[in-house]
Design a protein around this ligand. Structure first.
Ligand code: MN
Length: 348
């Protein structure tokens, strides 16, 4: 049974990570086509997906040297889409606008094919940092219809520690719509350790978050604590974005980084010590303003917390999957599961 006062917007699912090597294009085509058919994309659109990942793989191999593709099914408000993300730490694209227009970057390298990917996909986004890397996102909705976006858009991404197929980091987003308040609830959860036992914590956390009837972050965190009893436990944080009040409230325990970025400033939101599911002190909530243009970012310790919004010009005007992808791409520490969820308050 779902929550009475809200519906699930989106949550972490399985992500296929494919590292850049000579077999990347073929492997990505096979994997992407299988996922696309799994959500009943018509064959004509499966062919588009295959073209898209071929372009992405070719770009990574030729120009970025090292990078990866992340393929996944995303679900939002009852619809499903196949999403293809390309992440690299290559030279970047000098002039993204130009690369999209005439199919060649100013340096004649990484941007080739970018315009083609943009024309193939239902939703397309690219964010590039010179000398630091590029993230490209192409999304194909099963029915070709892009769902209407709300005032706050959210998305996330997880990547398991190298050598593991499953991830202990997870995230989820659901709406709150009661007489008193309308907004978005977000969860970021880092199951202790990694591998299948940590992934089980992550599954249970998403379940507890979905089933919670509560709307305040402290109460949802306590529901998570009950849901995770008997597991090895997790660091977790719950945030509530109040649409009318333009504020965000956060309650967390353990090592989850949470901050609101507006322009060049970042306001940290504190979590208390504790292990959700094992030992949770009385939760407290911390608040920050969340004006239009603001970004809420929550991530596990699989990402360094030393990044600054000022180092990512233009990132928070992008699709949340691109923003999450670029932050993970630039800040992941690689010796741990990595997980991040981002909510962006669109300008009215
Ligand atoms: Mn961790």
């Amino acid at each position: 049974m779902g929550p009475v006062n809200g519906t699930l917007v989106t949550e972490a699912g399985d992500v296929s990570w494919l590292r850049s090597d000579i077999a990347l294009a073929a492997a990505a085509r096979r994997q992407a086509a299988q996922l696309a058919r799994g959500i009943c994309l018509p064959e004509e659109r499966v062919a588009r997906v295959e073209l898209c990942v071929t372009e992405m793989a070719t770009n990574l191999l030729k120009y970025a040297h090292d990078g990866s593709l992340a393929l996944r099914v995303v679900r939002a408000r009852g619809n499903a889409a196949l999403e293809c993300l390309s992440l690299d730490n290559g030279p970047g694209i000098d002039d993204v606008e130009r690369a999209l227009r005439d199919g060649a970057s100013a340096s004649g390298t990484l941007g080739i094919g970018m315009g083609a990917i943009g024309r193939l996909a239902d939703v397309f986004g690219v964010h590039s940092l010179r000398g630091r890397g590029t993230v490209v996102c192409a999304r194909f909705w099963a029915d070709g219809q892009v769902p209407a976006a709300g005032p706050v858009e959210a998305g996330g991404l997880t990547r398991p520690i190298s050598g593991e197929q499953v991830c202990g980091d997870t995230w989820a987003v659901r709406t709150v719509d009661t007489a008193g308040s309308a907004g978005l609830l977000l969860m970021m959860c880092d199951g202790l350790g990694h591998g299948p036992l940590a992934a089980r914590v992550a599954d249970r956390a998403r379940e507890a978050f979905r089933d919670s009837r509560n709307t305040s972050p402290t109460a949802v965190l306590e529901d998570l604590h009950r849901g995770l009893r008997g597991t090895r436990g997790a660091a977790a944080a719950i945030a509530f974005i109040d649409f009318a009040g333009r504020r965000v409230q956060l309650s967390g325990a353990g090592n989850i980084t949470a901050l609101v970025g507006t322009g060049d400033t970042r306001t940290g939101l504190l979590s208390l010590p504790g292990i959700v599911g094992v030992q949770l002190p009385r939760p407290r909530a911390f608040e920050a303003a969340f004006p239009p243009g603001a970004a809420l970012v929550m991530h596990s310790d699989g990402l360094s917390d030393r990044w600054k919004p000022a180092d990512f010009p233009g990132l928070f005007t992008q699709d949340p999957a691109v923003a999450a992808g670029q932050l993970l791409n630039q800040a992941a520490v690689r010796r741990d599961d990595a997980g991040i969820v981002v909510a962006l308050h669109r300008q009215p």
